[in-house]
Ligand binder design. Structure first.
Ligand SMILES: *Cc1c(COP(=O)(O)O)cnc(C)c1O
Length: 387
């Protein structure tokens, strides 16, 4: 089976991981801080806080920005459930902003309209989480402008988008947001098996994030709340945190993978370019690219044309499957999951995201996809009788 995405693990990765396994520290050693520095340096941001998943990073980012019961958080419905669940972990209310049918990202127009209405009702969001779907960056300057007007904070869910840039600035630089979150799950651009990172330029937020990932404990005398009874063992839990730490086995794997990140993105672009060209004559829409953006091409979603039958998505999926190609569907709109329908969301609440879900298929794209595999995928796509 050709999967839709997968990791690459080199001999060098293995030998780096082995070194950690033979060392004194499996966790809380040097590897994680080195990995954090490497990612932060790459993105041009002041602080990187590594955690055990992007989901954890999203959760503590919301806590660090004081999301509380009664507050609202808005995100895109065309995302993985984690981008919305983080609001609910904090006891906050969740709502969605429909996507732009061209970029598949949160629509700036819909966001602007929804803010206008929410302002009148006194129900403005405290946090908005734009998601850089498929690795295609959102128009962050526009979202940032709206945040200044309406006073919300921004967390970029860049789980798909390490290595992408907008206006020649790397995603993760946090030029237009408070915090950016990456995922290092094996299907993403680089991997630590499980893992994530929150990036920020704000020292206070960085400090809070590092405390929240380890139980809310501080060893920093300046932060301590009461005078210590014991000078030797002095640490204080000053708020409620979690055990969300990344370990050194993961950190060293991530550090080793960072050496190849640009090569990975370059290869993903090569694959995308070939798909763009070869699929041109098929009744599908290939991913639109903003002239200001450089995608990381985490995904390559193709959209079946409107005039094709309702059955065409299933037919295409089955035909690919028969030819040992495991296509995928990103995403079931978050609000259509039973858990979210129980909160009151329903069909047609966010029609563009739902339409996308009916018509899209993500075909394989990853750095180690071979040319002959891609040719097999293209040939199979050309042979499917759609309609
Ligand atoms: C993968 C993903 C996540 C969650 O990442 P984990 O590291 O698995 O927790 C969150 N948001 C989006 C958009 C993702 O694709």
């Amino acid at each position: 089976m050709i999967p839709y995405g997968r990791q690459e693990i080199t001999e060098e990765d293995i030998s780096e991981v082995e070194k950690v396994l033979r060392s004194d520290y499996l966790t809380q050693g040097e590897a994680v801080p080195k990995f954090e520095k490497s990612v932060a340096g790459y993105c041009g941001v002041n602080y990187g806080i590594a955690v055990n998943s992007a989901t954890s990073a999203l959760h503590i980012s919301c806590v660090a920005l004081n999301l509380s019961p009664g507050d609202w958080l808005w995100t895109s419905p065309n995302t993985f459930v984690a981008s919305a669940n983080c609001a609910i972990y904090c006891g906050a209310n969740i709502d969605f902003v429909d996507i732009d049918p061209n970029t598949y990202n949160m629509s700036i127009e819909s966001l602007s309209d929804k803010l206008k209405k929410a302002d009148k009702l006194g129900k403005l969001p405290k946090i908005v989480i734009p998601v850089h779907f498929a690795g295609q960056p959102c128009n962050m300057p526009a979202i940032h402008d709206l945040s200044k007007r309406y006073g919300f904070k921004i967390i970029e869910d860049a789980s798909h988008a390490i290595g992408a840039s907008y206006d020649k600035k790397k995603i993760g630089s946090c030029l237009h947001s408070d915090i950016t979150v990456f995922s290092f799950h094996p299907v993403k651009i680089i991997t630590t098996a499980e893992g994530g990172m929150a990036l920020t330029n704000n020292e206070e937020v960085a400090d809070r994030l590092s405390r929240l990932r380890t139980h809310g404990i501080t060893k920093d005398k300046k932060r301590m709340i009461k005078k210590s009874d014991n000078e030797i063992w002095n640490y204080q839990q000053i708020e409620l945190g979690f055990n969300y730490r990344m370990n050194d086995i993961q950190g060293t794997l991530g550090l080793s993978q960072m050496k190849r990140i640009d090569k990975y993105i370059h290869r993903r672009h090569e694959i995308a370019k070939k798909y763009d060209l070869e699929l041109k004559k098929l009744p599908v829409k290939t991913p639109w690219q903003s002239p200001k953006a450089y995608s990381s091409y985490h995904l390559y979603p193709i959209i079946l044309r409107d005039n094709l039958g309702n059955n065409s998505q299933k037919k295409l999926y089955e035909q690919l499957n028969k030819n040992k190609i495991a296509a995928n569907l990103h995403y079931i709109p978050v609000h259509r999951h039973p858990y979210y329908e129980n909160l009151g969301f329903k069909k047609n609440d966010f029609p563009e995201a739902e339409k996308f879900h009916q018509k899209a298929i993500s075909i394989p794209i990853y750095a180690t996809l071979k040319n002959d595999q891609q040719e097999h995928i293209i040939k199979t796509l050309k042979e499917v009788k759609l309609g």
